[in-house]
Write a protein that binds this ligand. Structure first.
Ligand code: UDP
Ligand code: MG
Length: 314
């Protein structure tokens, strides 16, 4: 059975060669039939050159897909999966935080139980601040409550999949891809194993706090319609409360003849309701923007170059 490694790379010039060597070292004598599909996601450093060198040395092992610009890791994964030829496909980062030895473990888990379609690795140790991991846990709690699929805390894109699952993922051609949700949405029998995250080999992470928030928000909007219902809930509640308040005011006026001074109440209510309305409009806007992007039907990525043995021969 052929194994394909799908490796998204964005500015990983100093990692691609060590990555290749690490894979070769780990797989020697264990896995023979494998290919590595590097996806150069619009890197602005020497990643493209270094990948070309790798391809020229190992045309039987290596495919290189180069994007015309940075389309994001999700697009890179999609491109890699679409071009992988293996019966088994594993997504793995280029920075050696995910050791190739774990791939062998994944293969063993799969070999032991035929019913397993996917082996996903989750981080046993978190290399990040306490605040960030608390925030991440909170995100998983929220999204699992409101989304239609399950999200596993700590599970990354690092996973080995059988061909039917890969084909299922490729068949979801949505533009705004949120892999964590897509993996879970397509179903299949997934086993989770822990792995130790290593230090980044070289370079730095592409995640900023802002990017993480945006990613979390996109995940919720992509896999849940719950935020749309907030407007309905808040609207119903405020309507009910205002009717109640109307009765109180009428009784105060008629029964006790109290003048109802209302300046503060009015200001607070106007501001509150105005704020709520804008908030709900904003949520609507998020969904509409997703519809807008999807309806333009642009491709998920644009290839500038594809280096592979087949292409070369053709
Ligand atoms: N990556 C990518 N496109 C991007 C950002 C990241 O292909 O726009 C790749 C990156 O080269 C790496 C993997 O995705 O191989 C994971 O990125 P990173 O190491 O920055 O994330 P972290 O490990 O910190 O979660
Ligand atoms: Mg990393």
């Amino acid at each position: 059975m052929k194994l394909s490694l799908v490796v998204p790379c964005f500015n990983e010039q100093d990692n691609v060669q060590p990555f290749y060597e690490a894979v070769e070292g780990a797989f020697r004598g264990v896995i023979r039939d494998y290919e590595i599909v590097f996806v150069n996601d619009g890197s602005v450093d020497k990643t493209a050159e270094n990948l070309k060198v790798l391809f020229n040395y190992h045309p039987d092992r290596v495919q290189v897909l180069s994007f015309s610009r940075n389309f994001g890791k999700e697009a890179a994964i999609y491109a890699g999966l679409s071009h992988a030829k293996g019966d088994l496909v594993c997504i793995i980062d280029a920075d050696l935080q995910q050791r190739p030895e774990v791939v062998i473990e994944m293969l063993q888990v799969m070999a032991e139980d035929d019913a397993v379609d996917c082996v996903a690795a989750y981080q046993a140790n978190r290399r990040e601040s306490k605040a960030l991991s608390t925030l991440k846990s909170a995100f998983y709690k929220v999204i699992n409550k409101i989304a239609e699929v399950d999200f596993v805390n700590g599970a990354s894109d690092f996973r080995l999949m059988k061909r039917p699952m890969v084909d299922a993922i490729i068949s979801l051609s949505e533009r705004q891809r949120f892999s964590k949700g897509i993996f879970s949405w397509v179903g299949f029998n997934t086993r989770y194993i822990p792995y130790d995250v290593a230090e980044r080999q070289s370079g730095e992470t592409k995640w900023s706090v802002y990017k993480l928030f945006k990613y979390a928000f996109d995940g919720i909007v992509s896999f849940s319609t719950f935020p749309l219902k907030i407007a309905t809930g808040v609207g119903l509640l405020t309507s009910a409360l205002s009717v109640l308040y109307l009765f109180i005011v009428i009784i105060q006026k008629l029964a006790f003849g109290i003048d109802v001074p209302g300046y503060a109440t009015i200001v607070v209510l106007v501001l509150f309701l105005g704020g709520m309305q804008l908030f709900c409009l904003g949520i609507l806007g998020e969904y509409i923007s997703k519809i807008f992007i999807q309806s333009k039907n642009r491709p998920i990525y644009i290839l500038k170059e594809h280096l592979s043995k087949d292409e070369r021969e053709a």
